[in-house]
Design a protein around this ligand. Sequence first.
Ligand code: NAP
Length: 263
Amino acid sequence: MNLREKYGQWGIILGATEGVGKAFCEKIASGGMNVVMVGRREEMLKELGKEISDKYGVEHLVIKADFADSRSVDKIFEQTRELDMGFMSYVACFHTFGKLQDTPWEKHEQMINVNVITFLKCFYHYMGIFSKQDRGAVINVASLTGISSSPYNAQYGAGKSYILKLTEAVACEAAKTNVDVEVITLGTTITPSLLKNLPGGPAGEAVMKSALTPEECVNEAFENLGKTFSVIAGEHNKKNVQDWKANHTADEYITYMGSFYEK
Ligand SMILES: NC(=O)c1ccc[n+]([C@@H]2O[C@H](COP(=O)([O-])OP(=O)(O)OC[C@H]3O[C@@H](n4cnc5c(N)ncnc54)[C@H](OP(=O)(O)O)[C@@H]3O)[C@@H](O)[C@H]2O)c1
């Protein structure tokens, strides 16, 4: 699909350096869009930007920002003000593991900023632009933890639930316009961040069995863009959610999700 013709010249990936964010950068560049790439590791982003420009013949702009401080995105809005923006995806996330009260308060503040406040600020900003020009698309990234709840990773799961529910509602609000909005819910996805946090032993092996690549997830998101408000990535994850909802109580589902990280 020529994304540039449909949505505009530039797209922004918030959390672009590796994993799912990197796959989003490649996808929109392959659809002809120039890419604004945001993350904390500027050198890695510059290398990736060069690779993408060489491979797809598009422009790129790297902006260094840490979403743990929601004011960090003001400079992104300023630097993209004159660009013909047509796509946004908020990919970055932050999580810690442990019981709610055992997690230092500063970590909770960082989590709520990365997963909720900065996300909302970016979504609000670019939806304003897309809605005014009646053209554009947003794909936000949620997690199965946002469907089930996520013991020992509780605030992260709640944040993902926020992204899921907010994006679904806004997708419906935009349905009669030329702005396509969608949320993709991911299960286990093979990213550098997952590989660092994977539980050991049988729990880790079990989650890897159904793991998808970032490219598979991003392709599925784009296949469904403009067709549905919300998609769960991969047949295995879809079937699992249906099965849990049909055959188990909510308590059983939550306990199962907690079993991965219970010490
Ligand atoms: N991997 C999975 O199994 C899985 C499962 C379910 C849902 N998801 C969702 O999929 C998305 C991507 O997952 P992932 O594993 O690729 O995540 P990730 O590596 O933790 O984050 C993706 C990108 O976001 C950037 N980022 C992280 N924190 C940031 C911050 N404070 N400020 C600015 N940029 C930041 C990182 O680059 P820098 O380090 O350079 O900033 C990285 O490139 C997340 O929304 C996650 O919730 C993933």
